[in-house]
Design a protein around this ligand. Structure first.
Ligand SMILES: [Fe+2]
Ligand SMILES: [Fe+2]
Length: 129
């Protein structure tokens, strides 16, 4: 297998692990296992560092303006996708999923608005590249 292909798979699996460790950390906290929760949170951060390093090695990280523009497009799509998913889940009677899709849609909207604000500040404050 080509190294780049392995790095892409590793990036995906590290990214997946971040979410799993975070969710498991929350669960351990709920169950009152505070030390285990804290340990799992640290592992999640390690996995995030691994994923970030592979993202950079794979050329996914550009100059800041390009990064912001790319992620803005991502957030615009995420907001739309979450809205559609919320409707589908509701139609299928999965209210819990529908509500969380809606809540995360609002977060994606905040991310979108925040990225727009940062991009506009970058346009005023710094030399464009
Ligand atoms: Fe890892
Ligand atoms: Fe987001």
């Amino acid at each position: 297998m080509q190294t780049v292909e392995i790095m892409e798979q590793t990036f995906d699996s590290e990214s997946n692990d971040i979410a799993l460790y975070l969710a498991m950390s929350r669960k351990a906290e709920e169950e009152g296992h505070h030390e285990i929760a804290s340990y799992l949170l640290n592992v999640a951060v390690d996995e995030a560092q691994h994923a970030a390093a592979f993202a950079a090695l794979l050329g996914k990280i550009k100059d800041t303006r390009t990064n912001l523009v790319n992620m803005l497009a991502n957030e615009v799509k995420a907001e739309k996708d979450k809205w559609k998913a919320s409707k589908i889940a509701s139609t299928e009677g999965n209210e819990e999923a529908s509500q969380f899709f809606e809540k995360s849609m609002q977060d994606e909207r905040k991310h979108k608005d925040g990225l727009r604000r940062v991009l506009s500040k970058l346009g005023k404050g710094l030399k464009q590249q």
